[in-house]
Design a protein around this ligand. Structure first.
Ligand code: GRF
Length: 190
């Protein structure tokens, strides 16, 4: 099973995933793709000796350039780990059922365009939610609307702040995202 990670940010999830699979021979993290040249995710990949591929939003929209690289890397599964650009529909069709995403809320709540990172946590706090969590889901042509694979929850109290919610989410991501990917690679025909 060959996995490519797509990330735009600091890459704590990229780091967790790389570490988790480093001693698991059946799964190989073959490359880390980013639309940001200075993304922390790329540094984690480079430190682990993993191939990095940087591209522009325009190249992603063209599809062919990225598609060719994915083919070249012989990728079985694409994991979006903090990737902020929309994956073009044509690309999703080509990789149907083979692209998954991590979202820092209990979808369908707090998803959609512009809902990422602290924007999500702010909305969750403003609504006085008693719980929040993470969703791992397939990617389809609508932002955060693909079939849900798994969700994990954490309780919230009136004491919670933007920072504490962020930390709770990071904890869930570390604990459950890599293991859910592993489960997926063993239970589904990708
Ligand atoms: C994560 O919280 C993830 O849920 C969301 O983007 C964030 C990326 O964080 N999709 P990092 O770059 O992995 O640290």
């Amino acid at each position: 099973m060959r996995i490519a990670l797509f990330a735009s940010g600091t890459g704590s999830n990229v780091k967790n995933i790389i570490e988790y699979f480093s001693d698991k021979p059946k799964v190989s993290i073959v490359s880390v793709y980013s639309n940001k040249q200075n993304a922390g995710a790329l540094t984690h990949a480079t430190n682990a000796g993993i191939l990095t591929r940087v591209f522009s939003g325009a190249q992603l929209k063209e599809i062919a350039p990225i598609y060719q690289l994915i083919e070249q890397d012989r990728v079985d599964l694409i994991v979006l780990a903090g990737f902020l650009l929309k994956i073009p529909e044509e690309f999703i069709v080509k990789f149907k059922g083979k692209i998954i995403n991590l979202h820092p809320s209990l979808l369908p709540k707090y998803g959609g365009k512009g809902m990422y990172g602290n924007n999500v946590h702010k909305a969750v706090l403003a609504a006085g939610e008693k719980k929040t969590g993470i969703t791992i889901h397939y990617v389809n042509e609508h932002y955060d609307k693909g079939a849900i694979i798994k969700q994990f929850e954490t309780a919230l109290s009136t004491e919670d702040t933007l920072e504490s919610v962020g930390l709770k989410i990071k904890e869930l991501e570390k604990k459950y995202f890599p293991s859910t990917i592993e489960e997926l690679t063993t239970t589904t025909q990708l």
